[in-house]
Design a protein around this ligand. Structure first.
Ligand code: GLV
Length: 338
C-alpha cells in the first residue's frame, strides 16, 4: 500500500474544514499557535507533500531544499510576502493564497478604522474608561466628517476596490494610484479616478494603503511622502507592516503634520514601535482586518481547496483556485505524482 501524502497545518484553524483533507491525506495540524524558528519550520515541512501555513511562516529556498516531497504551500492569507515565490517556483513547488475570501471583511474593517481614527474613538474610549468623564463641553471631542471629502487609495486590487465601493455611501470622491490603471468599467463601478502618487498624497483627506508588500513598496510611505500629505489627513494601513515607515509616521503624528492614523499592521509586528503606543492620534489594532468568521472560514476553505485540487480531489480537482505560480502546474507531468 502506498503511503498517503502528508499535510502539515501550521496553526489551529477550523477543524471541520481541515477535516475535508482526511479522506486523502495524513494531516498533522498544530494544536497551538507557535512561532517556529527557521530550523523548526524546516523540520516540520521536511517530510510533507503539502503545507498550509500562516503569514508568520517564512518559506524560501532553504526550507524547500530540505523538503523533497513538497508540492504545494497554501498560504492562509492574501498577502504572500512570507513566501519566496521565485524560490518555490524554481523548486517546482506550487504556492497559493486566499485572494477573494476576505476582501469584503477587510473593506468593512478599513472603514471601521478610518471612521474610528477620524472620530477619535480610541482616544475617547481610553478617556471614558479612565473615569475622566464628568461632563463634556459642546466643543470637545470634535472629529472629522468624511462626507464630501476625498478618499485616496494606494493599491487598487480587490480590497482597494471593495473599500472604494463603500465610499459612495459616505458621499466621498475617490481617487486611486496603482501600477496599472483599472479598466474603464471597473473605474466607473468604483467611481474612482486614477491619479499619480504625488497627487494622491496631496489631495487625499483619507488615504488607505491596500497594496502588497514587495521590495518596491517597502516604505512607500516615509518621511518624504508624509510631508506631502494634508495636515488634516487621516492615513490607514490595512495592508502590511513595512509599507509605512513607522518611525517616520510617529514623527509626523507627533508634530501634527498629519491629523491621525489607523494601523492594523506594523513593521516587525507583533512588536509595535513604542512611540506609536504613546500617541493619542493613532488607532491601533493587532492585524485583525480579516478576523470575521466568514473571512477566516473562507480563507481556510480556500487553502484546503488548493491542496485538495493539486492532488486531484475536491471541487476544483486539478485546478487549484488561487494558484500564484501556475507555471509550476504547466511544467508538472500528470503522472509524476500519485
Ligand atoms: C492578511 O494580512 C492577509 O494577507 O490575508
Amino acid at each position: 500500500m502506498t503511503a498517503r501524502p502528508r499535510v502539515w497545518v501550521s496553526r489551529p484553524t477550523f477543524p471541520d474544514i481541515v477535516a475535508r483533507l482526511d479522506p486523502h491525506f495524513d494531516v498533522v495540524a498544530e494544536p497551538r499557535e507557535v512561532m517556529f524558528s527557521p530550523a523548526e519550520l524546516a523540520a516540520k515541512i521536511a517530510d510533507c507533500d503539502a503545507v498550509i501555513v500562516g503569514l508568520k511562516e517564512r518559506i524560501g529556498a532553504a526550507e524547500v531544499a530540505k523538503a523533497p516531497r513538497l508540492r504545494i504551500v497554501a498560504n492562509l492569507g492574501v498577502g504572500y510576502d512570507n513566501l519566496d515565490l521565485a524560490a518555490l517556483t524554481a523548486a517546482g513547488v506550487a504556492a497559493s493564497n486566499t485572494a477573494g475570501a476576505l476582501d469584503e471583511s477587510v473593506a468593512d474593517f478599513t472603514w471601521a478604522m478610518l471612521l474610528g481614527a477620524a472620530r477619535r474613538m480610541g482616544e475617547a474610549e481610553r478617556w471614558l474608561r479612565a473615569g475622566e468623564w464628568h461632563g463634556t463641553r459642546f466643543t470637545d471631542w470634535l472629529g472629522m466628517d468624511v462626507r464630501g471629502r476625498t478618499l485616496g487609495i494606494l493599491g487598487m486590487g480587490r480590497i482597494g476596490q471593495a473599500v472604494a465601493r463603500r465610499a459612495v455611501g459616505f458621499g466621498m470622491q475617490v481617487i486611486y494610484h496603482n501600477r496599472s490603471r483599472l479598466s474603464q468599467a471597473l473605474e466607473s463601478e468604483c467611481r474612482a479616478r486614477w491619479v499619480d502618487k504625488g497627487e494622491l498624497l496631496r489631495s487625499s483627506d483619507f488615504l488607505v494603503l491596500a497594496l502588497p508588500l514587495t521590495p518596491e513598496s517597502r516604505h512607500a510611505i516615509g518621511a518624504a511622502e508624509l510631508a506631502q500629505m494634508k495636515p488634516t489627513a487621516v492615513l490607514a494601513n490595512i495592508a502590511r507592516g513595512g509599507i509605512v515607515d513607522d518611525a517616520a509616521l510617529a514623527d509626523a503624528l507627533a508634530k501634527h503634520q498629519l491629523a491621525a492614523a489607523a494601523l492594523d499592521v506594523f513593521e516587525g509586528e507583533p512588536v509595535v514601535n513604542p512611540r506609536l503606543l504613546e500617541l493619542d492620534n493613532v488607532l491601533l489594532s493587532p492585524h485583525i482586518a480579516s478576523a470575521s468568521p466568514d473571512a477566516r472560514r473562507g480563507m481556510t476553505t480556500m487553502a484546503v481547496d488548493n491542496v485538495l485540487a493539486l492532488f486531484g480531489h475536491g471541487p476544483h480537482a486539478g485546478h487549484p483556485p488561487t494558484i500564484l505560480n501556475p507555471e509550476v502546474l504547466a511544467a508538472a507531468s500528470p503522472t509524476t505524482h500519485p
